[in-house]
Design a protein around this ligand. Structure first.
Ligand SMILES: Cc1cc2nc3c(=O)[nH]c(=O)nc-3n(C[C@H](O)[C@H](O)[C@H](O)COP(=O)(O)OP(=O)(O)OC[C@H]3O[C@@H](n4cnc5c(N)ncnc54)[C@H](O)[C@@H]3O)c2cc1C
Length: 464
């Protein structure tokens, strides 16, 4: 336990609130999106500003406390919270300023993507975010970030213009292509290893109303759909995005009653082109394997980005596995459908998120993100409401992943990994790993920021 005088001094300096076990709000503040995570920090500091973040860094460093950095708290592995340590909770640092004339937005680390997309949507502008609006901006961005706009505008990090960072030694600096380019390179995909980002500046694009929604097919058509999809989407215009999913149809509108509770395969579309052209674009796939149900129509981008929020509220129990995928041979497709048929709960799912198009136009060593040559980022999620299903969702997700891993590119998207060991972290970065370890040695030689998918500093340091 840290020195009581040091904590009192810290508490006095803090502009935000300090929560200790037993304080009102402490229990809620230690919970994260994944209901499986049950960690017990010693202290939670609700940071109000950059000075509070620097104070947290100093306290953790001086007192040898494990330090967790919490943005949106969405990380599947629960990396935002630490046992017996200090959590710097950034959720109150949610300043946001849209600059429509410059096509940019400045975002505090407490913002969710829903906050950003709604504010930018008022100006018919957007940047690349994920598919659930409650996800935090910092964790998604620092891991790379892919979503509905990625085939057209790249990864979230490809749209990052600048980041303000509190470093392990307490200094604050701004990283950009022109200032501390080594740090800026590492922040774009290297996770929370290098410092605490207290402000992000993103490039915006004109995105008004999009044509979006799902096509569903019965499970007996799943292999045929996947065989078409693997060639169809990579050849489609970058204005078309469609992520493939195995799922169970929720018993709710607008889904037809006949499909309620049925396992299906689906593609969730987002079309940024002329609405009149969408039917012609989808025709090759639809004609080959006619969908059982479709619900595609116009909507503002922020509406699309929040469509799944209600199906996946905070507190569900998740087991995540992932891998990047370069190709989908017939044998892999057969294994996909075999495992999908055994989904243990109605909320469990498998997604193939496209990472081609504009993502491929950035050089593989231009940012820390390690996989610019793959077509999909796969995500297998066993999801349950009750602890009684924990073993079933874990075993299903692990078994599914183990069967498909030999057909993968070898590593996973950082943000779809659980605690999977150092070899998997290394595999997530491939050729960029050694350079990341060198940047880590420059900016965090003692590995203060290690409660993440950790890259120990080159030449020593403490593995996380
Ligand atoms: C339902 C669901 C859907 C998702 N969909 C997508 C998707 O479409 N696309 C996609 O790319 N990802 C997606 N993700 C994954 C998502 O990117 C990660 O969960 C991400 O870590 C969430 O960010 P956060 O800020 O909420 O994370 P947190 O849990 O708060 O933090 C995650 C990690 O980042 C570190 N961190 C947080 N804030 C900072 C900071 N300011 N400075 C430095 N380090 C920091 C933390 O210490 C921790 O290691 C999804 C996740 C969920 C649960």
């Amino acid at each position: 336990m840290p020195d009581a005088a040091a904590i009192n001094d810290f508490d006095q300096r803090l502009h935000g609130d300090l929560l200790r076990p037993g304080d009102a709000g402490f229990e809620a503040a230690r919970r994260v999106y994944n209901g499986m995570i049950d960690r017990h920090p010693a202290l939670i500091a609700r940071c109000a500003d950059q000075a509070d973040v620097a104070a947290c860094v100093q306290l953790a460093r001086d007192q040898g406390l494990p330090l967790g950095i919490r943005g949106g708290g969405h990380n599947g592995a629960g990396l935002a919270v630490v046992d017996d340590g200090l959590v710097a909770d950034l959720s109150s640092m949610d300043d946001l300023a849209v600059h429509p004339a410059e096509h940019s937005v400045r975002v505090g680390p407490g913002c969710t993507w829903g906050d950003v997309d709604r504010a930018c949507g008022e100006h018919r502008l957007a940047t690349v975010s994920g598919v659930i609006s409650t996800t935090g901006v910092p964790g998604l961005t620092l891991g790379g970030g892919h979503g509905y706009l990625s085939r057209r505008f790249g990864l979230t990090v490809d749209n990052l213009l600048e980041a303000e960072v509190v470093l392990a030694d307490g200094r604050t600096l701004t990283a950009s292509p022109d200032a501390h380019p080594d740090l800026f390179w590492a922040l774009r995909g290297g996770g929370g290893n290098f410092g605490v980002v207290t402000s992000f500046l993103f490039q915006l694009h004109k995105v008004g109303e999009v044509q979006a929604g799902p096509s569903f097919w019965h499970m007996q058509d799943a292999e045929a759909v996947l065989r078409r999809y693997r060639a169809f989407l990579p050849a489609a215009p970058e204005a078309l995005y469609g992520f493939f999913a195995f799922m169970t149809v929720p018993p709710a509108k607008p889904f037809p009653a006949a499909l309620h509770g049925q396992q299906v395969c689906s593609i969730m579309w987002c079309w940024l082109g002329d609405p009149d052209d969408l039917d012609a674009e989808l025709a090759p796939l639809r004609d080959a394997v006619p969908p059982a149900f479709e619900h595609i129509g116009p909507m503002p981008y922020p509406t699309l980005q929040s469509l799944f929020d209600g199906f996946y509220p905070p507190g569900l129990r998740w087991h995540w596995k992932g891998d990047f995928v370069r190709e989908l041979p017939d044998e892999a497709i057969a294994l996909h459908t075999e495992h999908a048929r055994r989904m243990p709960t109605p909320l469990s799912t498998m997604h193939l998120y496209p990472v081609d198009g504009a993502v491929h136009r950035v050089a593989p060593d231009a940012t820390a993100f390690g996989y610019r040559d793959c077509l999909w980022s796969s995500m297998i999620a066993g999801v349950a409401e009750r602890p009684e299903d924990d073993a079933a969702i874990r075993d299903w997700a692990r078994g599914y992943w183990a069967a498909l891993h030999p057909y993968s590119a070898g590593g996973a998207y950082l943000n779809f990994m659980e605690a999977e060991g150092q070899d998997r972290v290394r595999a997530a970065f491939r050729d960029n790993y050694d350079r990341l370890a060198a940047v880590k040695a420059t900016y965090d030689p003692d590995n203060l920021f290690r409660h993440n998918q950790n890259i120990p500093p080159a030449g020593g340091g403490t593995a996380g």
